[in-house]
Design a protein around this ligand. Structure first.
Ligand code: GRG
Length: 282
């Protein structure tokens, strides 16, 4: 394996992957407002953490850089689902955000109706992309099953429902951990585990443990990054519940657990997964 650093891997793969996403939506979606609103959020500068993690797992399992494009449909599907979730999360009846990634949120740019439909379009198209991927049927089925399980009403959608219905009361630590796990971690876990399935890696408990710890760490870091902001007050977050220092310790613990888990991995090049953990450094 030539690339051992996640940042380098990300820099290398991202331009081609971004072009793939843009071209595919542009060519497939004929309704002009729908196409523009879907593309607006897809091209809004997201970091692509989830698809890059999936592709990094595929690469770590020995797939060559020049063959990674065969996995773009499935990595793309994961990003479509992530993007839909952010569009819907920003809606007035959800988190009510006017801005996302420093740009107007989708409903502020196109209106609430088009934003709902852009989200619906991204969610549905994700499964079309997986179905049409050139990978083996068993891999496509695994991707559909894991994504639907983790992003749907058994995962992310359930977390979002808890979030919007429990907004008025402070969740305890266990409830908050469950919420974070569903709302944020489940899609990240899906990205990592789908990567392993697609690359013929027999999914190990170590990689699942790594994925779970990374997924939770992602939300805990987000809680810390937003701590003290105007929008953050009264929200169910770890710093609001247990304080900033204890939350930093929790993040540190999750990253350490993720590292220990992946270091036990045997049939797998660990370098990219280990270096991804730099994401959580201050
Ligand atoms: C509407 C069903 C439904 C679900 C929404 C993802 C989500 C559930 C809500 C977002 C709330 C939020 C901001 C959580 C923090 C963690 C998170 C998902 C941050 C955004 O992910 P990044 O940093 O985003 O990967 P970019 O902009 O890089 O794509």
């Amino acid at each position: 394996m030539d690339i051992k650093d996640f940042k380098k891997f990300h820099e290398k793969v991202l331009p081609e992957f971004n072009e793939f996403l843009n071209n595919k939506i542009n060519s497939e979606i004929k309704q002009p407002v729908l196409r523009d609103s879907m593309l607006y959020s897809i091209d809004a500068g997201g970091k692509r953490v989830r698809p890059m993690l999936m592709l990094a797992v595929v690469y770590s399992c020995g797939v060559k850089l020049e063959d990674l494009h065969e996995y773009y449909d499935i990595a793309g599907a994961i990003e479509l689902i992530h993007t839909y979730s952010l569009i819907h999360d920003d809606l007035p009846e959800m988190d009510n955000d006017d801005y996302r990634r420093g740009k107007l949120s989708n409903h502020k740019k196109f209106g609430v109706g088009p934003a709902v439909l852009a989200g619906d379009g991204l969610l549905t198209q994700a499964f079309y992309w997986i179905a049409k991927s050139s990978l083996d049927t068993s891999k496509r089925m695994a991707a559909v099953r894991i994504l639907a399980h983790n992003a749907g009403p058994m995962g992310m959608v359930a977390g979002q429902m808890t979030d919007i219905t429990k907004e008025d009361r402070q969740l305890n630590e266990e409830e908050l951990t469950d919420l974070h796990r569903q709302k944020t971690s489940d899609l990240i876990v899906a990205a990592i585990t789908i990567g392993a399935f697609c690359a013929d890696h027999s999914l190990s408990t170590n990689l699942v443990e790594y994925a779970n710890k990374v997924g939770l760490a992602f939300q805990v870091k987000d809680d810390l990054d937003d701590f003290g902001s105007k929008e953050d007050i009264d929200k169910n977050t770890f710093p609001n519940l247990i304080g900033e220092d204890a939350t930093k310790q929790r993040l540190h613990g999750l990253v350490k657990d993720a590292l220990n888990a992946v270091l036990k991995e045997e049939k797998f090049d660990k370098n990219l997964m280990v270096s991804f953990l730099d994401y959580f450094k201050d």
